[in-house]
Design a protein around this ligand. Sequence first.
Ligand code: G6P
Length: 634
Amino acid sequence: MFTFAKVYLHGFSYFALTMCGIVGYLGGQQAYPILIKGLHRLEYRGYDSAGVSVINAQGQLNVYKSPGKVSVLEEKCSSQDISGTIGIAHTRWATHGEPNTVNAHPHLSESGDISLVHNGIIENYKTLRSELERRGMHFCGDTDTEVLVQLIENVKQKYDVPLADAVRMALNYVVGAYAIAVIEKSNPRSMVCARKGSPLVIGVGQQTGEFYVGSDATPIIEYTNRVVYLEDEEVAEMDADGSLRITSLKNVEKTPEMTTLEMSLDELEKGGYPHFMLKEIWEQPNALSVCMKGRVHSGLKDVFLSGVIDHRERFINARRIIICACGTSWHSALLGKYFMEEAVQIPVEVEYASEFRYRNPVIFPDDIVIAVSQSGETADTLAAIELAKEHGAFVYGICNVIGSSIARATNSGTYLHVGPEIGVASTKAFTGQVLTLCMLGLAIAKEKKSLSKEMYEMLVDEIQCIPEKMRWTLEHNKDIEQIARTFTYARNFIFLGRGYNYPVALEGALKLKEISYIHAEGYPAAEMKHGPIALVDEEMPVVFIATKRGNYEKIVSNIQEIKSRKGRIMSVVTEGDVTVRELSDYCFVIPDTRDCFVPMLAIIPLQLFSYYVAVAKGRNVDQPRNLAKSVTVE
Ligand code: G6P
């Protein structure tokens, strides 16, 4: 039918996605309030423009879009006709084309009959566009998405088929990743959705013929917990008569698989805190208790991870472990390496997923590759998994988001179960990842018998005390807010730690950078003499993670070196510490624990410090500039 050739993605389907958000509604209620509320719930993903399409009772398709926040869109819509019981909406994070009104979604077909929202990237959009232009179609923007809606219209007109058929036929010519929701002016009783490589969830409402659509479950959970997760290359047709038909791109019918969501609305709201980030910091003791539930057994002094038990032989015979991750998850991966090399006694490598996937790494079939990701959607981590699988390695996922792409792409794994993390800067997912990697290390050590019984039981006993010690840490550092206010002047920070506290220094520096926009560097404390010490003067704040165990004397010498150069010293210390306290201008205190578990406590005052510095500087804590919660573009 088309003259241009189909191009196939090589290797894997999770090629390049975007962090945009999709909401859709079809049913008996007014769509607009549901769509706008849904867009607000998706704001955490990061975006730079927003838009909405609604078909009113007269059959008019009204589209409103604007750059900036959802509130700007609302302002724009306040004087417009926003009535109608079917609609789609979108938050866009620009990849192709600047974040202006024209490029914002929803996009309209040339006739104005079809409207579409899209997450993902159409790789061959230029070829498709030239072909459509050759056929006389006109384009008003620069996006790959506009090409998709025009392609659907072109196919629909040419073959005179219903919308769902046109969507299926058009998608057969598309190379790339997509989650789409499409509506049509001439048929306001149905909506069509499809996905490949970018998640899409359909909520089935309480009333017959009521459907909700979301790029994740957050815009849906308020209305229904009955959902269907679309699989790659599936098309869903929803009708106001209540029918939900799911087919493949080749129109082979599939049975919709209904899942019950366990997330509650309370978990998505701020619960009285001024920001999600602060709420999530304070949630850590409970979140980590839940994470351990059914896995760490106090009576039996044992750890059970079904993901390991079910694949016991793979773990016993593993030659090596490679952990792939990005951002904060990379920092927890580094802590996982430290712990696993100690407990399991096999080599563990930690890789930035974005480097690993492009550098022809050596991967053996008896390697275990662990992917650590809060969202389970990070494009580079997904690509690293596919590479590992191509080499025959066993792939284990550590994710927070249930049903996420990484969770589905791995051979086995463990969910964090720390609840939804909405603040862009990761907090409870970080400590949840560290805890999960420690449990994983213990579970493998048990299978390999690499720890003595006494040591294993002692670690199992101690890990269970972490939530209570986190609570203590949160309660005993009430002066952080005031201390943070005295540092808003600073333009640079250095964070230093040794051993298990070195990744804490990296994560502490990242937190500060992300939300306060103050430049910060994390360094191994002994390395500071090889460079960073040149930066130290009376203006330079230096944060030491100087807890009692592990290289304490050595770090005390490092603190003295900074003190003699007049740096301003802040330290995280163990309760009862005297020496470091005397050397420091300010101290944050944590209870004593095994050094492998210290990071889960030591990071808490640093999370709070970053939070309060950012608040004092008037930053947008939950949605820092230029950052997105889930980086689904490579
Ligand atoms: C983004 C987020 C970070 C996160 C990183 C990796 O940069 O802002 O908080 O650590 O992605 O995300 P993942 O979902 O794979 O853990």
